[in-house]
Every structure is written in C-alpha cells, then in structure tokens.
Design a protein around this ligand. Structure first.
Ligand code: ADP
Ligand code: MG
Length: 688
C-alpha cells in the first residue's frame, strides 16, 4: 500500500542519523518543514563538476576546480594598520604552479595553519579567482582532504539551495542517509508501480550527474512537475466543484451592531478607489450562503491591512470573531500596534497571540478567545495551536498568504464552521497564470497606491563603487534617514554563511555609529530585538545590515534607503519585495542595487527592469519570462505558489494538461491523485 510510505515521509529529520534537533531547526528554516518529505521535495538547483585537475594552468577565473596541492608556506592574517588581511596558505600544484588558499575569518587564525602543515599534500576543491596580479587564489575552499580521502569529494556535486548554518556537505550527508533508509523500506512495502516510478525520479534529481538531469524538461523533472501540478489541479478542481455546486454552505450572518460607519469616521485617511472596491467585494461575499474564498492581490504598500481591518470590523458587526494571521512575530506585533488603537475606538476587544505568549498570560488570552470576548485576534501560527478554541470564528485572514501551506489553511478553517477566508498577497501573479494557480478563489486586485506616494528612485551600481555609495548616503543618515542594507546568503563555505553580512557590518560600523546586524544564525529573540530597535523611530540605530531574514511587509516609515548587495542573485519579485520596505513614508526613498563582478548580461537586464518600473504586475510578468531554473535566491518570497518541481516558464503546457486531467478524473485515478495531494500538501476544502 502506498500509504505505508508516509510513515517514513513524515519522520522528523532530527531522527535521521547525524541530524538532531539543532540541525533539524535549521532545515526547517530552509525547507519550510522538517520532515523527510520536506527534504525530498527540496531539490538541488544545479550540478557542480569537481573532476580532479592536474594543474591550474588553463583554468579560468570563476571555475570550480579540484586539485592536488602541496603546502609551501603560511602567512598569518589579522588586522594590520586597520586593514583586515586574510590568512594565506601558499601552495603549488604538481606542475609547480602557485596557488594561494585564503581564509578571511580572523577568528580562525591558527586553525588553518595547524590543519595545513608545510610540505604536505592536500586535495583542495573550490572556486578559482585570479587576483589583479594574476595570482591564482582559492578563497575558503569547499573541500580540503588528505589524498587518501579524495573519494570524499564528489565528482558531480549536487548544489542545494541552502540557508544559514547549513553547508552543502550537510545536505549531501542527510540525502545519503535518507535514500539508504528509503531503499530498505521500499523492499518491505508493497508500493504501486506509480509510486516506485515517482520515487525513482526523485532519486535521480537528488543525485544528478549533469545539469540536464535537473533541466525542467528533462525526463525526471518533467515527470515530477506533472505529478505536482496534477496534485494542485485536482485540489483546485474539487474545491471549485464544491463551491460552484454549493456543496458547502453556511448561514448568512445577521448584523447585530453598527460599527462600519464609525470605522469610516476614525479612518486616518481616505481609502483609495481600489481599496474601497475590494472592501465592497468582500462585503458582498459575506451576504452569500457559500463561504468566501478570496485572494487580494495588491502591490507592496497598496494598503491591504486596512482592507483586512474593514473586513474584520464588518464581521464583528455580527458578533463573530476574526483572526489575522501574520507570517512572523514582528509583523504580527506591527499589525497589532496599528489596529489595536482603532479597535479601542470602536470598542472592540483586540488581542495578539504569538509563540512568545506563555503561562498565565497565554491562558488568559485563550479564555478570552474561547468565551468570544476577543473579537479580533492577530498573531502567528500560535493562533491555531491545538489548544486554541474560538467561540465563533467567522473570518480567517492570511497576510502574505504564500507563506502558509494549504494544510495550515485547512487547520485554521477547522477552528470554525466554514469561516470565510481572505488571503492577502503582495506579489501579483501574472494574469495569464492566475486561473490555473488560484482557480478556486475569487480575486480582488488593488492596483492603485495611496495618493501622495513619492516613487522610489532605483539605481544599479557595480560593487566597486560601494565606498562612493557610503559617502553619498552619509549625509542623509546624519539627517535621520534609516538604511536597510541587505547581503544575500553565501551559498556555501567551510565556516559559515553569515560572513558576508558580518564583514559588511564591521565595515559600515566604522562609518555609522548606529549600525545593527541581523542574520539567521542569531536566535529569534535577538533578531526580533534588533529589528524592533531599528523600527523604533527614536532609536539611534540608523543602518541595519541583514541577510534576507528581514521581514516581508515590515513597516519602518523613516527607512528611506535600501541597499541590496549581489542583487543579481535575487529574483525580480524578491527584489521588488525588498524594495517595498522603503518608500512607506512621505519622503523621497532610494533603492540601490549593487551587482558583483560576475554578473551576466541577463542579470543586468533584470536589474534594469527594477530601475525602470515600480509596477508589481509588470515585474511579475518579467519575472516569469526571465526566471531561470531556480538559481535565484529569495524565491521563497516571490509571492507565487511555491512549487517544488514546477517551473512557471517552462511548464506552461503542463499546467493545461494537468488541469484537463484533473477535471476529467476517473475514480481509478482518484487514489493516486489523493496520494499526490498528500505528498504535495494540497488539501481541499472538504478535507480530502
Ligand atoms: P501593504 O499592502 O503592503 O500591506 P500596508 O497596509 O502596510 O500595505 O500600508 C502601507 C502604508 O500605507 C501604511 O502605513 C498604511 O497606514 C498606509 N495607507 C494605507 N491605505 C492608505 C490610504 N488610502 N491613504 C494613505 N495611506 C494609506
Ligand atoms: Mg502588508
């Protein structure tokens, strides 16, 4: 039975040999879950060949090479006359060509000189860089092995999209464990032919030999993509059928109080036409006997929160409760701070519930929710923990909806009697796709920004100009402007991924006293603290250096400058999201896209799109057309459904095929469809 394998799929990664709770938590950050299945659905983005070369002679700048080197001498690094110098291990290859290995992290000064004694040979693998005097350099090699252990360096290395604190070596070790166990299990279970083929395709993409194996239209990827689309399309088809045939109904709620007129009175601004139209659409849905399933798409800063507030106030008129789910603590706090004031004026009890609430405090909040006293609850996942009960949950709003899995939506729904669902999404999906992707939802579009917004000035700049940039922003920082400075994750390195942000932080601290640092290896409390300090208009923290952990949707009105390093490594939609964190006040804001030396012409073209337009829909279309095969960072924030195998650009035909197949499903296929829905986490409204 195919179902048997879910025991294994659902195993927590912490129980896989060599993982444990700490690593499992890090995997959770990257995979968005911590089960074996979550790992299996996270596939490498490309293959890096690592055949052993005899000599560096002939290798190109930027090549990844694996080579035997003999250690000739050491030059210890450190800080000299204010400059940070790397530790250098000077080596020679078999043809006596010199190669220098460099380590920048000064905390590990003695480690490398001890580990690499003079005279010995090592097999070293990493990216080759020529310095400006033509010397061959390998910075922070990915592998250093004694010659007997050369076999430990893979000939074809699968490179996984990673996150902070997870090296490629960890990924491949965990993968090996998982497939080892899987082979044992497969022998014991009686799996269907379809399941075996599915698992076989999975194995091939986790052990790719060439990039062809990972190409969207390669045999294995296309097969997996089809399975994934079929899972989604069958869920959509069922939801749609249930809705159009009104199989799921709920009584229309009766208004008991008048709150909306007062709401309009206390609004601090005029609503835009698009906001008003969306609110009207929601209010109309409330009058229908079928539960609302509406997606609001509105660009960053288009004012979706107030639309959500209007919906919650309307719901409160009937005496029912609403929840507003935010993807992070900080965002929940921010929503709460804003909306609580309005609720107070309306006489509505509004509360916040996040993972931070513990003990008596939490118990009291739960009592208030259960009794129905709290009408508007704002928070995170904590809002649908098993022990949270509602008296009468009428409306569930999900902010930045793509961050919540379909199954979580279902859990939330189960807390009430078919509550209305409203999803808010900041990155518009191209119209050409929205039918197949959100086919079971009604869509409102907020295509208008509040009046008086000054467009953000966006420019691109090569990284060499960074000093000039610092000079240029200094006076503005003096005058109180706040700066987000985003460094992307370093894909892999021996020591850690946070070096880039850390080094930039050290550098900027010399120029700006109030500089903060925030990255994923700090614990969540520390991270939130830094973020809150930066957001506080009275604090002296003016520059925040961070990796992309800074929250989507965070509102810091005094932030007017956004600097993004290695911008070419992000997807367009992710860049647009990041940029949306400035330009929220009434001051001129700037976004500076810094690009690295190895930027491709396509990379430059992508950045140009950002410089030229601020329209999220245009950017989404362009993103779709230009999106590569998943080489980009930040796709998690792209705002579209996060497919694992599906490539929006390459698989357009498969969308249609899967849709047709799902609509014409026969009962024989339904078993397999159900299994696939389970694998891809696409539950339906009916819960099947
Ligand atoms: P998003 O759509 O990105 O969630 P928000 O709801 O956070 O946007 O709104 C961004 C900012 O614009 C907030 O500070 C909000 O108070 C303000 N705002 C929202 N609607 C209007 C409006 N109609 N006129 C002026 N300011 C508005
Ligand atoms: Mg928002």
């Amino acid at each position: 039975m195919d179902n048997e394998i879910f025991d294994f799929f659902n195993t927590d990664l912490q129980f896989i040999h060599g993982v444990g709770p700490v690593l499992a938590a890090k995997f959770n950050d990257v995979l968005g879950g911590r089960s074996v299945l979550d790992f299996l659905l996270h596939i490498p983005s490309y293959v890096r060949p690592r055949e052993i070369l005899d000599s560096v002679i002939g290798a190109q700048n930027g090549d990844t090479i694996t080579i035997s080197l003999q250690i000739k001498s050491h030059k210890k690094g450190g800080v000299f006359r204010g400059r940070r110098m790397p530790t250098q291990i000077v080596c020679a290859d078999k043809f006596a060509a010199p190669v220098t290995i460099q380590f920048f992290n000064t905390k590990f000064l003695d480690y490398w000189t001890e580990k690499l004694p003079i005279g010995q040979w090592r097999i070293v693998s990493g990216k080759l860089d020529y310095n400006n005097r033509g010397g061959a350099i390998i910075n922070h090699p990915d592998f250093i092995e004694v010659p007997e252990n050369a076999y430990k360096i893979p000939k074809h290395q699968a490179i996984y999209p990673s996150g902070e604190g997870l090296t490629q070596k960890t990924f491949s070790a965990v993968r090996d464990q998982i497939f080892k166990i899987m082979h044992e299990r497969i022998a014991a279970y009686k799996l269907s032919e379809r399941m075996l083929e599915f698992l076989d395709a999975l194995e091939h993409v986790h052990y790719p030999e060439t990039n062809e194996d990972l190409a969207p239209n390669g045999t294995y990827m296309a097969k997996l993509a089809y399975c994934e689309l079929y899972a989604h399309q069958s869920a959509i088809a069922i939801n749609k059928r249930n809705r159009t045939e009104s199989k799921i109904t709920r009584p229309v709620r009766i208004k008991k109080y008048d709150l909306i007129p007062k709401f309009y009175e206390i609004l601090p601004f005029e609503l835009t036409g698009a906001q008003q139209r969306t609110i009207d659409e929601i209010f109309t849905d409330f009058q229908k006997p079928i539960p609302m399933m509406r997606l609001v798409q509105g660009d960053v800063g288009s004012g979706k929160t107030m639309v959500a507030m209007a919906a919650m106030v309307k719901m409160a008129e009937t005496g029912a409760q609403s929840v507003l789910l935010a993807p992070t603590d900080t965002l929940a706090q921010q929503h709460f701070a804003k909306l609580k004031t309005m609720c107070d004026k309306l006489g509505l009890v509004c509360d916040i519930l996040t993972g931070r609430d513990k003990g008596v405090n939490r118990r009291e909040k739960l009592i208030s929710l259960k009794s129905g006293r709290t009408k508007i609850a704002i928070g995170t996942h904590a809002l649908f923990s098993a022990d949270v009960e509602y008296k009468d949950l009428g409306l569930v709003i999900i902010d930045e909806q793509h961050r919540f899995g379909v199954s979580q939506r279902t859990t939330m729904r189960a807390k009430g009697n078919h509550p209305d669902m409203l999803a808010l999404s900041a990155t518009p999906i191209p119209r050409t796709l929205s039918m197949t992707v959100y086919g079971d939802m009604d869509i409102s579009i907020i295509n208008e920004k509040p009046a008086g917004r000054i467009p953000i000035k966006t420019t691109k700049l090569p990284i060499e100009r960074v000093d000039a940039l610092v000079q240029r922003i200094a006076p503005q920082v003096q005058n109180g402007s706040k700066v987000f400075w985003v460094c992307p994750l370093v894909e892999e390195s021996e020591i850690s991924d946070m070096t880039a942000a850390e080094e930039r932080y050290e550098e900027l601290k010399k120029h700006f006293h109030g500089t903060g640092l925030c990255h994923g290896q700090m614990d969540k409390k520390q991270r939130d603290k830094v973020m809150e300090e930066f957001a506080d208009p009275n604090s002296q923290m003016r520059v925040l250096v961070s990796t992309t952990v800074i929250e989507v949707g965070i509102d810091v009105p005094s932030a007017t400058i956004m600097v993004i390093e290695n911008a070419e490594r992000f997807g367009l939609a992710a860049l647009h999201q990041l940029r949306g964190r400035v330009g929220r006040g009434n001051l001129q804001s700037y976004c500076i896209l810094l690009y690295g030396n190895n930027v491709s012409p396509d990379g430059i073209k992508r950045l140009d799109v950002l410089c030229e337009t601020d329209d999220g829909f245009v950017i989404a279309e362009q993103d779709l057309m230009m999106r590569g095969v998943g080489e980009l960072l930040g796709t998690r924030q792209s705002g579209w459904i996060q497919y694992h195998f599906v490539n929006y650009r390459e698989h357009r035909d498969l969308f249609k095929l899967a849709q047709t197949a799902a609509v014409n499903n026969n009962s024989e296929d339904e078993d397999w469809a159900k299994t696939l829905r389970q694998i891809f986490n696409c539950s339906t409204v009916a819960g099947a």
